[in-house]
Design a protein around this ligand. Structure first.
Ligand code: CA
Ligand code: CA
Length: 215
């Protein structure tokens, strides 16, 4: 493994240079560290090991769970699909860095686009009642609630729509979502935690950047 990374060092450097020009928020050196981390993660053997095309769903899920403290399966699946832009079932190096740029360092506008994409499960450009219901149920169900949690969740969906559905068509367009979040930032993750907290961001960045830059 050691010679392999030595051999690829030049390739990694030039790839990092290309990517850091195309992707906001990371310097060339940081992109290089993220590629090294990606290579380590891809090589880690798991029972779902299917070569080196990238991070498959299981590996990516483990990162979200263990590094970023996410627990909601539905949301983790949506985060995977949001990173996997070309929808080939793997997060490639470029998709990894592009995704992390928003995930770790995104501006409010970038995070609004990202969260909207996560929440729009079927990709039709709207967050529907059904999509809200499924996500809220998935994120709330772990907590012991009253007898019929579905009723409570339905009420929550209606309350959220009332607050966010600016054009009153019974679903959230990107414009509705953007407007509501800009007025009240807490609504950004209204349908489930899909961004890491500041502590896990700091720990991940320390692990990836500091350790990689040490001689
Ligand atoms: Ca992909
Ligand atoms: Ca939708």
């Amino acid at each position: 493994m050691a010679d392999m990374s030595a051999m690829n060092r030049k390739v990694i450097k030039s790839l990092a240079e290309t990517i850091s020009k195309q992707v906001e928020h990371f310097s060339k050196t940081e992109a290089e560290c993220l590629i090294l981390e990606f290579n380590t993660l891809v090589r880690e053997p798991t029972n779902s090991d299917r070569g080196v095309q990238g991070l498959d769903r299981a590996k990516f899920r483990n990162i979200l769970l263990n590094t970023f403290g996410m627990t909601d399966d539905l949301i983790m699946d949506r985060v995977f699909r949001t990173f996997d832009k070309d929808n080939d079932g793997f997060v490639s190096i470029k998709e990894w860095i592009e995704g992390l740029a928003v995930f770790l360092r995104g501006t409010l506008d970038e995070r609004i686009k990202y969260c909207f994409h996560v929440y729009d499960s079927n990709g039709d450009g709207y967050i529907s009642r059904e999509e809200m219901f499924r996500m809220l149920k998935s994120s709330l169900i772990r907590q012991p609630t009253e007898e019929d949690p579905d009723e409570g969740i339905k009420d929550l969906v209606e309350m959220t729509l009332k607050k966010m559905d600016n054009d009153h068509d019974g679903r959230l367009s990107f414009e509705d979502f953007e407007k509501a979040v800009k007025e009240e930032n807490l609504l950004l993750e209204a349908f489930g935690t899909c961004l890491p907290d500041t502590t896990s961001i700091a720990m991940f960045e320390h692990h990836v950047f500091q350790e990689c830059l040490q001689p």
